[in-house]
Design a protein around this ligand. Structure first.
Ligand code: NI
Length: 187
């Protein structure tokens, strides 16, 4: 295993669409997943997409801890999908919004270090993809869980969260978030 170098905003790998993974069970993918997990835990971060480690493939990992999963991020969403989410590997993911409701919430990104921004996201989604065994993963997610998945999957389309923002006054240093009444940002 290895801790991988994280690409930062401005590197072209972060602004190009990533290619589908042809064989989720390939040894190279297994190695990539192991290295991404180690990199995410070292950072630490809530999620990581393969383009962030300079690999332009459609693969993301994320993990939502219970305390954060319960946060609503202003969405008012509740119910299924708001519990802790175990470490999840999603290969070739697809997202479908469940309804049109969006909410603003604070996000951060390992590729945009030290900053945080207020970003609109769908409050409820269904997502599906493959796990490293090639099995289908399909879940419904709300609130913080839904936000994390949308953020990570945006990386696969070459989108960083500032590009989703509606008000750049809400792009701030994470260390100043306390002035805005925000606890912490999703990263
Ligand atoms: Ni990110």
């Amino acid at each position: 295993m290895a801790i991988l170098k994280i690409a930062r905003m401005g590197h072209p790998v972060l602004s190009r669409p990533a290619a589908p993974v042809e064989d989720p069970r390939a040894p190279a993918i297994r190695q990539l997943v192991a290295d991404m997990i180690e990199t995410m835990e070292d950072a630490p971060g809530t999620g990581l997409a393969a383009p962030q480690v300079h690999v332009p493939l459609r693969l993301v990992i994320f993990k939502v801890e219970g305390a954060r999963a319960g946060r609503e991020d202003g969405s008012g969403a509740e119910g299924a999908g708001n519990g802790a989410v175990p470490l999840t590997v999603l290969i070739n993911p697809e997202i479908e919004p469940l309804g049109e409701d969006q909410a603003l919430g604070w996000e951060a990104c390992l590729s945009v270090p030290e900053l945080a921004g207020e970003v609109p996201r769908y409050t409820a989604i269904r997502y599906r993809g493959l796990d490293p065994e090639g099995r289908t993963v399909e879940r419904e997610a709300r609130g913080f869980h839904a936000r994390v998945v949308q953020h990570e999957c945006d990386h696969l389309d070459g989108i960083l969260y500032p590009q989703r923002m509606l008000d750049l006054k809400k792009l701030v240093f994470a260390s100043e978030l306390r002035h805005l009444g925000a606890a912490e940002a999703a990263d």
